[in-house]
Design a protein around this ligand. Structure first.
Ligand SMILES: C[C@H](O)[C@@H](O)[C@@H](O)C(=O)CO
Length: 539
């Protein structure tokens, strides 16, 4: 049925006032351009909530506000657009969207300035997990053919069909070679027999409903949650000795990592040694607590609660994911904990990324490859020399092993104050060129699924890399990635999360082996695998 006007528009935001205020201008610009496009197709748009003069922004900034906005719609079957130019908390609007009966379209502007694409992808993943029907679109300026044609399609049919021809179920692909299937199955059997513990320091980060794996689904993988508290982490940080923190800091400096310290720093905007030392304490505390509870992987939420107490968790998170990291001894100073091993960590307690990191670690070790993996935000991208090149950019840190020149290529910069008012340093650098396996676990139809594919990480000229940093968030680590056989629009249409997991392999052939073994492991654990793109070795 054709869509009838007016179309209602809602905008979910952050819950941090500073972020909502800073990013409002970009949102306003998006809404005006989108409004014009709809007008040109004979439609009118009506905001379902007003700009708030006292708050100085027009975002839905809490779950309660979102519920009220939906309750005040003229009816629950009006056409609705969720428009996003910023990082947003999906739970602000999820409740209303789960009971909304009218057609839903999520839209983001193709812009790197703020993580609007990231916000929309999180909402898409959350709606997918919740079983809510929606369509989705993106555009640089809302005048391009792709956007206008697809928008027309939505206006005429209430739905949009995207090209998903790059994605095939593993079952329909070439058979996985026996030796690699054996490795995948062996890792799966080992996990199912011995079980694994996922330590979660406060579940659910920034409304990321998609990132929470229901226990019943997780248990089928042999993985069980240990629900830990960030209060316990804070307490442990306070028990950690100053000289232990100092030793971690010195270790990093000896490795060649740089810290962007000003001569007379302002704690509100600059990085300070005190912030870094608290971050080192968090790193030690996290390792000790992971050891106390026998955890195989851990995740720290940080962005609610802990963000008001201590500097950012990112420095600790990037280090935990690295095999070569500062040694941490038990409290009596006798044994090194998790010696010569990474402690797989999942940022923003994204449990889907956590399971992926844990399995990657096991598979890569079996194959003899460096097992470091990380999630990134699917942040932005542009063509470079005619090839679409993504900016993958997580909000703080990656394992230094992923960076060009490792620790020597890592600089710690102060986290942006609008998100991180207590500061803290990042692990920022450029991801080294090489061969990568990318993947994403997600929940759909009440089942766990995984998309998996291949990418080249490319080295761009310095000025181009700097431009990409300037156009996004220069404090965060960047990966310039070319997905193989998956176009920009195919990834956007198919991807069910704000995050993407990446791990390097020594060569393209090794990456295909790793992909195959990982897919076999996922399958043996009951995760439905979808192979995406080309050069996977399985097409
Ligand atoms: C600091 C921001 O809130 C980020 O955490 C956000 O952009 C994300 O990384 C979302 O994945």
């Amino acid at each position: 049925m054709p869509i009838r006007s007016p179309i209602y528009l809602i905008a979910s935001g952050d819950s941090r006032l500073a972020a909502n205020q800073t990013c409002w201008e970009a949102q306003d610009k998006l809404e005006q351009a989108l409004g014009k496009a709809l007008q040109s197709l004979g439609h009118t748009v009506k905001r379902a909530h007003e700009y708030d003069k006292s708050k100085k922004h027009g975002f839905i900034d809490s779950q309660r506000m979102g519920m009220n906005v939906f309750a005040n719609l003229p009816s629950d079957d009006v056409p609705l657009i969720v428009a996003e130019a910023v990082w947003q908390y999906s739970h602000h609007v999820l409740a209303g969207l789960t009971t909304h009966k009218g057609p839903i379209l999520t839209v983001a502007n193709w812009c790197g300035q703020w993580p609007g694409l990231v916000g929309m992808l999180n909402l898409n993943g959350s709606l997918t997990k919740a079983g809510v029907k929606y369509s989705t679109l993106w555009s640089v300026d809302f005048t391009d053919k792709f956007f206008l044609n697809k928008l027309k399609e939505w206006l005429e049919t209430e739905t949009i069909q995207h090209d998903l021809s790059h994605a095939r179920p593993l079952k329909g692909c070439k058979k996985i070679p026996d030796d690699l299937e054996k490795i995948g199955k062996k890792v799966a059997e080992n996990i199912l027999k011995h079980k694994a513990i996922m330590g979660v320091f406060d579940e659910g980060c920034m409304g990321m409903y998609n990132a929470i794996i229901p226990d019943e689904l997780l248990h089928k993988l042999g993985i069980f949650k240990e629900r830990l508290s960030q209060s316990a982490l804070f307490f442990e940080m306070q028990q950690t000795k100053d000289d232990e923190a100092r030793a971690v800091y010195d270790w990093l400096k000896n490795k060649g990592m740089k810290f962007d310290l000003k001569e007379q720093p302002n704690d509100l905007t600059d990085l300070t040694e005190e912030q870094i030392l608290w971050q080192c304490k968090m790193y030690i505390a996290a390792v000790r607590l992971a050891n106390d509870f026998g955890c195989d992987l851990i995740g720290i939420q940080y962005q609610q609660g802990l963000k008001d107490l201590v500097p950012a968790s990112d420095l600790a998170e990037g280090l935990l994911n690295n095999v070569d990291r500062p040694p941490v001894k038990d409290r009596t100073n006798q044994h090194v904990l998790f010696e010569n091993a990474a402690v797989p960590h999942f940022n923003e307690v994204d449990e889907c990324a956590g399971v992926d990191a844990f399995i990657t670690n096991r598979i890569w070790k079996q194959l003899g490859y460096s097992p470091e993996s990380t999630l990134h935000d699917v942040r932005y991208g542009e063509d470079y020399n005619g090839v679409f090149t993504w900016v993958f950019e997580i909000s703080g840190a990656v394992p230094p092993e992923h960076l060009t020149d490792g620790y020597k290529g890592a600089v710690s910069l102060r986290q942006p104050p609008m998100y991180f008012h207590k500061g803290g340093g990042t692990i920022r650098g450029i991801s080294k060129p090489g061969e990568v396996v990318w993947s994403r676990i997600y929940t759909e139809d009440n089942r766990l699924k995984a998309d998996i594919g291949r990418a080249h990480v490319v080295e761009l000229p310095k000025e181009e890399n700097e431009r990409r940093w300037r156009d996004t968030t220069p404090q965060w680590p960047i990966m310039n990635a070319q997905l193989l056989g998956v176009s920009r629009d195919q990834l956007m249409a198919k991807h069910k999360a704000n995050h993407i997991q990446v791990a390097y392999a020594p060569t393209a052939q090794d990456a295909q082996k790793a992909l195959a073994a990982k897919a076999a492991c996922f399958q043996a654990l009951g995760i439905e695998v979808v192979v995406c793109g080309t050069e996977t070795g399985l097409e």
